[in-house]
Design a protein around this ligand. Structure first.
Ligand code: UDX
Length: 439
């Protein structure tokens, strides 16, 4: 089998690399010359645990190639994945221009049967547009080449993407022909030896599955954040409530951790897109609209606690642990840290932050408006309080005597509930967390 993956962003690079890892020949194509040159030298555009090792190994073995030339790469390919960006356009809807340009170029250059798969998260109905673009290009050439389009949404979690791809819970594929089904069954066979299913369905349902999955997960988070806020008002402890409800298998104990709101490249964008698509088609997603509203408010919760404690924040200095939207990634997209920093700076406070990997990404977005510490303890120097914003493992068991020695006040605002309240009490630390009365 020969596979072409167009787009070497997060999804494309993980997909191409993991397919090569099971022995398939893969060409990853991108228009960005610099990115391709870097990849050839083993320099990756993203931080993702374990990915660099796999890229190096498969590139050295010659199974994974990088190219800027789609025209040549597409010839003889059995499968082409379209994994280019779908940034929100001016009106907030997914901008499909890159997806459709690639589709047209594939139509202009393919020379034999192939399955063209959309891997980017795209609105329901996109595969039909992809088909249209390919067909127009083939018609312009005056050739009659058979092909199929398919939709194969990804469910990768940043920070765990390699494992998610190699050992998926399920693979969802939308197809419209038996021939395409056979190709994809063969392609994914090595990844479902664990017995997990490849679920075949029609294309529109596969496209919708991606949105429904992310919308459901985002709903769980906003629901728990709502419950957490109510717990604070009512004098309950959301950590206990979470354990209490999570042991019911119908609810499950995953994805019910309250915090400072979800961020990242998927949930915020996909929730908004689904609300919008529904509205455009005359349907109001009332629950999802609230999911988004709760999330926007939740990003302010930690700041509000700080403000309530100090009143006037002018001249105050805050240590921040974590900047990325979640641990094990350098991704800053829609990170709650951005909102918290903006709020603090607007009140005249200063921030000194430490993140194990997201510093460079953060600098692109925040620049020199905050200070960047060399480690977590360095961030604490003369700070009025510590704010825990991302639950990196290395923050979970710090040397509290060192923390107290560096902070001006024994005061922690924990947006991720990573510390033990009893321990905080023993340490004599004033502890504010999410969903429980402050110590
Ligand atoms: C998500 C989906 O999990 C993945 O299947 C999809 O393909 C892309 O979107 P990702 O954005 O990488 O993946 O992160 P994820 O681990 O799902 O976390 C998303 C956000 O939710 C983070 O901001 C995280 O802090 C937050 N979250 C998650 C909570 O606040 N509470 C939880 O219980 C779980």
């Amino acid at each position: 089998m020969k596979i072409v993956v167009v787009g070497t962003g997060y999804v494309g690079l993980v997909t191409g690399t993991c397919l090569a890892e099971v022995g398939i020949d893969v060409v990853c194509v991108d228009v960005d010359t610099k990115k391709i040159e870097n990849l050839k030298q083993g320099i990756l555009p993203i931080y993702e645990p374990g990915l660099d090792k796999l890229v190096h190994r498969n590139y050295d073995k010659g199974r994974l190639k990088f190219s800027t030339n789609l025209t040549e790469s597409i010839k003889g390919a059995d499968v082409a994945f379209i994994a280019v960006g779908t940034p929100p356009g001016e009106d907030g809807s997914a901008d499909l221009q890159y997806v459709l340009t690639v589709a047209r170029q594939i139509g202009e250059n393919m020379n034999d049967y192939g399955v063209i798969i959309t891997k980017s998260t795209v609105p329901v109905g996109t595969a039909a547009k992809v088909k249209n673009a390919i067909q127009n290009a083939l018609d312009a050439r005056g050739v009659n080449i058979e092909y199929d389009v398919a939709s194969n949404p990804e469910f990768l979690k940043e920070g765990a993407a390699v494992n998610d791809f190699m050992k998926p819970d399920r693979i969802v594929v939308g197809i419209e022909s038996e021939r395409a089904r056979l190709v994809l069954e063969k392609l994914y066979h090595p990844f479902v030896l664990n017995g997990h299913p490849v679920i075949f369905m029609d294309i529109a349902s596969a496209e919708m599955t991606k949105y429904a999955a992310n919308a459901m997960l985002a709903t769980k988070i906003s629901f728990m954040n709502d419950i957490a806020n109510l717990c604070e008002v009512m004098g309950a402890d959301v950590n206990l409530v979470r354990k209490g409800i999570g042991s019911d298998p119908r609810i499950g104990n995953k994805f019910i951790y309250p915090g400072i709101g979800y961020g990242g490249s998927c949930f915020p964008k996909d929730v908004k897109a689904l609300v919008r698509t529904a509205r455009e088609n005359g349907y109001e997603m009332r629950i999802l609209q609230s999911v988004e509203d709760v999330n926007e408010d939740q990003k302010h919760v930690l700041f509000n606690k700080v403000k309530k404690k100090f009143g006037n924040l002018s001249g105050k200095k805050f240590a921040m642990w974590g900047l990325s939207f979640k641990p094990n990634t350098d991704d800053m997209r829609e990170a709650p840290s951005l909102v918290i920093i903006e709020n603090l700076l607007a009140e005249g406070a200063t921030v000194c932050a430490y993140d194990p990997v997201a510093k460079e990404e953060a600098k692109h977005m925040i620049g020199d408006k905050i200070e960047y510490a060399v480690d977590e303890y360095d961030a604490l120097r003369d700070a009025d309080a510590l704010l825990v914003v991302t639950e990196w493992s290395e923050f979970k068991a710090p040397d509290f005597s060192e923390v107290k020695a560096r902070l001006k006040n024994n005061l922690i605002f924990d947006g991720r509930n990573i510390f033990d309240r009893a321990e905080m009490e023993r340490q004599g630390i004033e502890y504010h967390s999410i969903g429980i009365k402050s110590l």
